[in-house]
Design a protein around this ligand. Structure first.
Ligand SMILES: Nc1nc2c(c(=O)[nH]1)N[C@H]1C(S)=C(S)[C@@H](COP(=O)(O)O)O[C@H]1N2
Ligand SMILES: [Mo]
Length: 313
């Protein structure tokens, strides 16, 4: 495959000056001038928990109380680091988020290997507070930092035949102790229909709470799809492939009766082993009702108009 430097691929597409000036004005207004003049994170800031400069508030926020940083970073699913909720925080220190590149290939006009630091500068970073819902019944409210995945998609120019995207997580035994076990058929893969991937809610996330992602949350780059069960939001991705057929995700492969391709949050469709009608917000005692599409129905329900969501679960 032809490998180009990402900046050679879309030289004219770096944040336009109007947006950039607007962002500086915003940064002055909020008093965070420390890194004014930089377009986001500078190369070499390898570690997790590095402040991301110049983010701006994005659309679709929620005013619900945010889950504390401590819970967001210590109660995780990331099976590459173990299956216990506390395992990722304990074990993910061995993940190296730099150097890192994401291979974009398949049915696109401009395939390539995108260096993470170039990806960070591709579009302006936004703060997006999203409700998240795990299929196991817990939920959180997380302030992500990222930009719409569509910003990347339109730059790589999908070909007419591209109908789905497949995401692949790093699969490296030396960095990920969990992949020595066979809980899943590694690497972890996930998929979205092209229109779902292009939906303005779908984020390419690089941070949370204004800082680069902690390793256990999927450093250095992950997908966030807030109207679907958590497992659709693949972490620490190394490849995005555009394909014509619906991909088989790692969870569909492991248990096809339990995990479908769509996995839209749906209180009316039970998991074969438990109900999905209620959820426990981390930090709260009483359960609350789960909302269809995790409360994002107004934005996304039209994507599924006419589909039987019991069949396409
Ligand atoms: N590579 C990979 N991505 C993954 C997982 C995983 O095990 N491996 N778990 C998924 C599940 S089930 C959930 S609920 C979310 C959890 O994300 P968080 O820990 O940042 O809240 O990550 C998803 N992405
Ligand atoms: Mo999950």
């Amino acid at each position: 495959m032809l490998i180009k430097h990402p900046l050679d691929i879309f030289p004219s597409e770096i944040t336009p000056p109007e947006v950039y000036r607007g962002r500086r004005a915003f940064m002055r207004a909020t008093g965070s001038l420390a890194l004014a003049g930089s377009l986001g994170l500078q190369a070499g800031n390898a570690a997790a928990g590095v402040k991301l400069a110049g983010t701006r508030p994005g659309p679709y926020g929620t005013r619900e109380e945010m889950t504390p940083y401590k819970d967001v970073t210590t109660y995780n699913n990331f099976y590459e680091f173990g299956t216990d909720k506390a395992d990722p925080a304990r074990n993910a220190g061995s993940l190296k988020p730099r150097p890192w590149s994401v291979q974009v290939d398949g049915l696109v006009k401009r395939p390539g290997h995108y260096d993470i630091d170039a990806l960070l500068k591709l579009a302006s970073l936004e703060d997006r507070i999203y409700r998240m819902r795990c299929v196991e019944g817990w939920s959180m409210v997380i302030p992500w930092v990222g930009y719409p995945l569509n910003e990347l998609i339109r730059r790589v120019e999908p070909l007419g035949g591209a109908k789905y995207l497949e995401f692949t997580t790093l699969n490296d035994r030396s960095q990920m102790p969990g992949v020595r076990t066979s809980v899943l058929d590694w690497p972890y893969t996930e998929g979205l229909r092209l229109d779902e991937a292009r939906h303005p809610l779908t984020l390419l996330a690089v941070g949370l709470y204004g800082e680069t992602l902690a390793n256990q949350n999927g450093a250095p780059v992950r997908i966030v799809v807030p109207w679907k069960y958590g497992f659709k939001s693949a972490k620490s991705i190394v490849r995005i492939r555009f394909v014509d057929k619906q991909p088989v995700s790692a969870w569909m492969q492991a248990a096809p009766r339990e995990y479908g391709f769509y996995s839209n949050v749906n209180p009316e469709v039970d998991h074969p082993r438990w109900s999905q009608a209620k959820e426990r917000r981390i930090g709260e005692f009483f359960k609350r009702k789960t909302l269809p599409f995790n409360g994002y129905g107004e934005q996304v329900a039209r994507l599924y108009a006419g589909m039987d969501l019991r069949r396409y679960f």
